[in-house]
Design a protein around this ligand. Sequence first.
Ligand SMILES: [Zn+2]
Ligand SMILES: [Zn+2]
Length: 251
Amino acid sequence: MEIAFLGNACAVPHIRSGFTSVLFRNNAVSVLVDAVDNPVRDLMTIGQDPCMLQVLVLTHTHVDHLGGFPSLIATLSNMERLMPLTVLATPDVQEHALHILYAYGIDPKSLPYQLVFEYQGYSDSGMAVQLLTGHHSVPTQMVRIVAHESSILYTSDIEYEASFYTGVPECSVLIHEATYFHADLVPGGGHSSALQAGEAARALNAKRLFLCHLCSRAMDQSNLLAEEARQVFGGEIIVPDPHVWYEGRAV
Ligand SMILES: [Zn+2]
Ligand SMILES: [Zn+2]
């Protein structure tokens, strides 16, 4: 399993990075989580053929996660994609996404490829993708991906609450938002600090922790951000660069 971040900034982009979205690839199966900025160009940048993307997961309706959806759908149409695209999202997010397409005059039925909306999950070639309810300022889903050698949990946007993680399955790799340093965290703001991401990684027995959805200060001081998580988590901590491939398992 390989992981690449198309961006790892929070709702305010950084000069070196767009909003957070993540591509997971295992053999021939590719899964993009959230559609931000210009998804097709970002996919091309990391060497992923946009017309071969199998699954798009939409976690929640915030613009920094869903704003690139009409661009992705229309551009794939312009590229004359034929392969169906599975869109994995809760019914309320699906409805929101369809409204956005109609607002741009895009009728999903007139696309050269089929949009297949799913909620229950997706599995193909030994890779299973599942949605788990998250905890944010609007309804949101976390993404659990299990392949032969790894179990990955991506929180998307989440407000840390220690008790929340007791009901979440353990994972070997945790991708947790760390929008702020702990001292800058706004209680009730819907987000988490690097310290809290470390706490979550420890609670979930993860071996490797990726920190993403970073505010500008966190991005500029990424070494300090990783150090903050290291105070409570003894595994490997990575602040990923955009458009770089990483191993999606603990090594
Ligand atoms: Zn966000
Ligand atoms: Zn959000």
